[in-house]
Design a protein around this ligand. Structure first.
Ligand SMILES: Cc1ncc(COP(=O)(O)O)c(C=O)c1O
Length: 383
């Protein structure tokens, strides 16, 4: 009988390879926490916050339970609520707009740039006008540094300043990336990130952090993450959340942060190899001037007429996984379609949702494995 050997499936993100590289260091870090038993607010939490501040250049870092909480806590601290508008890109993970809607405010969805997939400054300007026309009070802008690449923070910052809005940067996918020589974490009023395991810097569960240079905001965030606690533990002075990062996750992140710089370099090498191998058959991602990326995803655009499902199936047959981030922009999703979109529509977001697809990307993708992926992609284009 003719036996067809199916190629061994590759991982999309190889978390096990990182575990092997880190050896026993994570096990030992976890054991230290198990020994001291300070599972909430143990010493590793403050240590991690200090190390993240040094890494990012932000004055204050407040860790928290997830990237979604990080966004939501800043909005809560600034009193954003009913009647307010927060401008968000539509082509993003839903948590960006969700954090806004959970405060009672209205996410106003704007379009993104064709090349970088990040917030388009012209659409932002139109979105602010749309919000005002609808009787909403524009309060904040939330650019997203999508797929690991920094958004274009200067023009966004200028518009925000002219309109009296604060900027909350959603860097859930891009901690470690830079803009014009500075690491993300100090653009706008505050930056939020996520330590979800699949993120470039991920823990072994949920986690997040907020970066800010504003001491008063940092103090409010520290109160919000513990139910709005005041100076007296039992006098809660505002509404808050159970929003803390577990000590165990902090201990894990301290170990991972030690190799993060190397991993960012490795991810950039992987991205360069993809660009060389695929640049003439699909649209490969490009970095805008002044922007760097930590390559949370390597997202290509398929040529016109190439059937995306067929393409994914052809890759799968070669053992190559792929994922679609995002098959629907926020304004196309059931929970968000009634929120306003910027006048002029969101055509770029809609086009991207129909033709993007992401390839395996992680710091441990060796050349031979990547050559196999590249060959599979080249073969699948046109299927
Ligand atoms: C752009 C963006 N914002 C926010 C979040 C929320 O982060 P978390 O899953 O840690 O709540 C994510 C997570 O995937 C994200 O990609």
């Amino acid at each position: 009988m003719n036996q067809h050997l199916r190629p061994e499936p590759l991982p999309f993100i190889d978390i096990a390879a990182q575990r092997r590289r880190l050896g026993k260091s994570i096990d030992e870090a976890v054991e230290r926490v198990l020994a001291h038993c300070q599972f909430i607010n143990g010493p590793e939490v403050a240590q991690l916050e200090a190390e993240l501040a040094a890494f990012s250049g932000a004055r204050h870092v407040v860790t928290c339970a997830s990237g979604t909480d990080a966004l939501r806590m800043v909005l809560m601290a600034k009193g954003v609520g009913r009647g307010d508008a927060v401008l968000c890109p539509s082509f993003t993970f839903c948590a960006t707009g969700e954090a806004v809607a959970l405060t009672g405010a209205t996410p106003v969805l704007v379009d993104v740039d064709e090349t970088t997939f990040n917030m388009d400054a012209n659409s932002l300007q139109r979105g602010i006008a749309t919000a005002t026309r609808l009787g909403l009070k524009p309060k904040a802008v939330m650019p997203v540094d999508l797929f690991g690449q920094s958004a274009d923070h200067d023009p966004i910052g200028r518009i925000a300043e002219a309109e009296g809005l604060f900027v909350l940067d959603d860097a859930a996918q891009a901690f470690g990336a830079g803009y014009k020589g500075r690491r993300l974490g100090s653009f706008g009023l505050a930056t939020a990130t996520s330590f979800f395991p699949a993120k470039p810097l991920g823990c072994f569960g949920d986690g997040g952090a907020i970066f800010t240079d504003d001491a008063e905001l940092a103090a409010t965030l520290r109160s919000i993450r513990v139910h709005g606690q005041g100076l007296d533990k039992y006098d809660n002075v505002r509404l808050g959340l159970t929003g803390r990062l577990d000590t165990l996750q902090a201990a894990i992140l301290i170990e991972k942060l030690k190799i993060f710089e190397h991993e960012i370099e490795a991810r950039n090498e992987v991205a360069e190899r993809y660009a060389r191998g695929l640049g003439n058959v699909v649209t490969v991602p490009r970095l805008a001037a002044g922007c760097t990326s930590v390559w949370a995803q390597y997202t290509i655009r398929l040529p016109k007429g190439c059937d995306r499902d067929g393409f994914a199936a052809a890759l799968k047959a070669q053992g190559v996984p792929s994922a679609i981030y995002y098959p629907k922009s926020m304004h196309q999703q059931t929970a968000y379609r009634d929120f306003p979109a910027a006048d002029g529509g969101l055509p770029v977001s809609e086009n991207l949702s129909s033709d993007v697809i992401s390839l395996p990307m992680h710091a441990y993708l060796d050349e031979a494995t990547q050559a196999r992926i590249i060959e599979a992609v080249r073969g699948a284009v046109g299927t």
